[in-house]
Design a binder for this molecule. Sequence first.
Ligand code: ADP
Ligand code: MG
Length: 274
Amino acid sequence: MRNNIVVFGKGGIGKSTISANLSTVYARQGLKVLHIGCDPKHDSTLGLVDGGLIETFMEKYSRVFGVRDRAQLKPGDLLVRGRLGIDCVEAGGPEPGVGCAGRGISLMLEALQDLGMLESGGYDARIFDVLGDVVCGGFAAPLRKGFAEKIVIVVSEEMMALYAANNIAKSVKTYASNGVYLAGLVANLKDGVEGRERIERFASILGTRVLEYVPRDAAVREAEYARERTVVERSPNSAFVRSLESLAKKLLAVRREDCPIPKPMDDRRFYADW
Ligand code: ADP
Ligand code: MG
């Protein structure tokens, strides 16, 4: 099993926070981790490496790879080694308003695949952090290309977060024959416990489950303001980190046979019910 874990969800929902801390939990347990930022915002690895934002795949692409045969690329050309030995890469994207962000994601994934890093490369877990409120082939690339495995959708109780989750579930259903499955939802609620019943109902309509309720925790913002440290490193005993340790364990244990193909709603039903 490859443990290719793909974290989807609408912008601002907490994907990068959750995926970077998940990578850190695994690395601290001694697993060899590859962390792949697939959001043009390219801040997924910010907390994982010293020295601020790393050069993105797209920046390197125009600077280096353009003049070099892709077949000659080596993993070291693409990766930045983070703290705890986490290997990091960020797709990046074009300047806002120019070009297609999805294309950068597809190019990066193809390059990683050419190097065998999405199948083997000595990794025990790969964490993909993918924007999911855009209907775009590029963002579905990890599903389409057949190396994604365990899909996690981060949601809150807000309608647009659930709308995005419903759309992502449609993509998971479309690409189920590629071995992709919906491991479950992660509820990162805005209002503590208020939205729980709503999320549970949403999960049961989709035929999935809530893997974990992640608490709102001031330790998250403290780590963010301090820069260059994950919550796991700064506040290992916080409620947030406890929930991520629990999530990390469940994600390693989850099996495809426990995860039915999701049953997303069509848009009319979604808007009528939600
Ligand atoms: P995304 O990657 O989905 O766009 P981020 O991970 O960047 O979202 O999170 C958006 C903002 O919400 C960040 O400022 C982050 O610190 C904050 N945040 C996310 N989850 C929590 C939480 N559980 N508790 C407190 N703040 C959080
Ligand atoms: Mg992000």
